[in-house]
Design a protein around this ligand. Structure first.
Ligand SMILES: CC(=O)N[C@H]1[C@@H](OP(=O)(O)OP(=O)(O)OC[C@H]2O[C@@H](n3ccc(=O)[nH]c3=O)[C@H](O)[C@@H]2O)O[C@H](CO)[C@@H](O)[C@@H]1O
Ligand SMILES: C=C(OP(=O)(O)O)C(=O)O
Length: 440
């Protein structure tokens, strides 16, 4: 297993470009199953999750090849298999995104129920309720979900859950409803830019979807979709992570290939802390720290609120601001595994329920810490960049799921991050102790 060794203390300065969005690319890749020609997606990040989904789609009869930097070609050559294997699904929850397209196009899908996860309870009951409303028979057999229908029929589907809407659920039902007979109306739908990106791709393929970006999506079913070429939107979570890295190291960054509109909640909260953020050009942000930063209270909410996928990274930043702050996660109320690890780095966080109560410290201290999930890993990397001495982050395979070439980008900006094998890392620095026998 790989670990990161990070020598903290350098301010990040320079220009960096954000990669394509993981969470937009995954459902867009799955949508290729809806056509029988070649779908070309550009700006696809080279990530473990993208490779895992590619393996899954290959097992479902897709031929996939990567060309140049970021162009992925996907073509269905065999529609006889509709079963997603547990070995692939367990590696990545977003595998459930194949269910909608398989059901709509092949009339049948068998997908292992995704298991537990370190960010909390993640049921897919709303997805299944939606498939049933579209006329599918839904069964659970030996840990697999089986959905089948000879012809889906348009329906009214309410996607509201206890913590807001569901992003992957909206994608799954959208990709099923596009080929259903008649009209569907999806209410309390997710408004995330990644859902809009999927709807735009489907419309390019010939679907009739309106209302994307609002809580109500109207879908007029069509009998066939044709393949197309589309670029994946910039990764707003990677962009926000870099913005926070700039603030944490009191650096100065130009971040390219961003959609500032997708980042407005993050920009607003960083500005409230005192970070200077300027738009320079259509897809570029300048981040600088020109004054002392102050703590704020934050709640992670569905879009257009502050994303839960940025909650851990914001927590790392708040740990270094003098005074008290509270951060709450209303999307995944148990997503606080990073707090105990940050505390090992001298942070002062007390977690209770869906909130973390933070008292800023003057300086974080390097330590051996364990990544528990993707964004928790990012938070530990950010904390390590600002910490005194060396931090060793174990289990960074979580990070590789969702950040393209993060250490290369950070090192280019002045960080000191080394990837090495777990067995090559010395566990502890020996503490020098006085020789008591000699002084006696
Ligand atoms: C691949 C991808 O795009 N992942 C993102 C997606 O995950 P994902 O789509 O899995 O997250 P959801 O939007 O579905 O989950 C939001 C909330 O709804 C609940 N829920 C969800 C589905 C369901 O059937 N029943 C139910 O109760 C969940 O437990 C959670 O509390 O959106 C999350 C919320 O923005 C992000 O953190 C993830 O990065
Ligand atoms: C939680 C995330 O991804 P996933 O839904 O694939 O686990 C994430 O991107 O932060």
């Amino acid at each position: 297993m790989d670990v990161f060794k990070i020598q903290g203390g350098n301010s990040l300065c320079g220009t960096v470009a954000v990669s394509g969005s993981k969470n937009a690319a995954l459902p867009m890749m799955a949508a290729a199953l809806l056509t029988d020609g070649k779908t070309i997606l550009n700006n696809v990040p080279d990530l473990v999750d993208v490779r895992t989904l590619s393996s899954l789609l290959t097992s479902l009869g897709c031929e996939i090849s990567r060309h140049g930097s970021g162009s992925l070609s996907l073509e269905v050559v065999d529609e006889s298999h509709s079963e997603a294997d547990y070995e692939l699904v367990r590696k990545m929850r977003a595998s459930v995104c194949v269910m909608g397209p398989l059901l709509a196009r092949r009339g049948h899908a068998r997908v292992s129920l995704p298991g537990g996860c370190n960010i909390g309870h993640r049921p897919i009951d709303i997805h299944l309720r939606g498939f049933a409303a579209l006329g599918a028979q839904v069964d659970i057999h030996q840990g697999d979900i089986i959905v089948q229908a000879t012809q889906l029929r348009g329906a009214e589907i309410d996607l509201a859950g206890p913590n807001g809407s569901t992003v992957t659920g909206t994608c799954n039902l959208l990709t099923a409803a596009v080929l259903a007979q008649g009209k569907s109306r999806l209410t309390s739908a997710a408004m995330e830019p990644e859902v809009v990106a999927l709807a735009d791709l489907l419309n390019e393929m010939g679907a009739k979807i309106t209302g994307q970006g609002t809580p109500t999506l109207e879908v007029e079913g069509v009998s066939k979709l044709t393949p197309t070429t589309q670029a994946v939107i910039p990764d707003r979570i990677e962009a926000a992570t870099l913005m926070i890295a700039s603030a944490l190291t009191r650096g100065q960054l130009t971040i390219q290939n961003v959609n500032p509109q997708h980042l407005s909640a993050v920009t607003a909260v960083l500005q409230e802390m005192g970070v200077s953020i300027y738009e320079s050009g259509l897809s570029q942000l300048e981040i600088a720290c020109e004054r002392e930063l102050a703590p704020v209270n934050i709640t992670a909410l569905p879009y257009p609120g502050i994303p839960t996928d940025i909650q851990a990274q914001l927590t790392a930043l708040l740990c270094t601001l003098p005074g008290r702050s509270v951060i709450r996660d209303q999307v995944f109320p148990d997503r606080f595994m990073h707090c105990a690890e940050l505390n090992r780095m001298n942070a002062k966080i007390r977690q209770q329920g869906d909130r973390a109560f933070i008292t800023g410290v003057a300086q974080l201290q390097g330590a051996h810490v364990m990544a528990s999930d993707l964004r928790a890993s990012a938070a530990l990397v950010l904390a390590a960049l600002a910490a005194r001495d060396e931090t060793v982050i174990h289990r960074i395979y979580h990070l590789d799921r969702g950040y393209e070439a993060l250490e290369t980008k950070l090192n280019f900006l002045g960080a000191n991050v080394t990837r090495c094998r777990e067995e090559d890392v010395q566990r502890r620095t020996p503490i020098e102790r006085p020789d008591l026998r000699r002084s006696a």
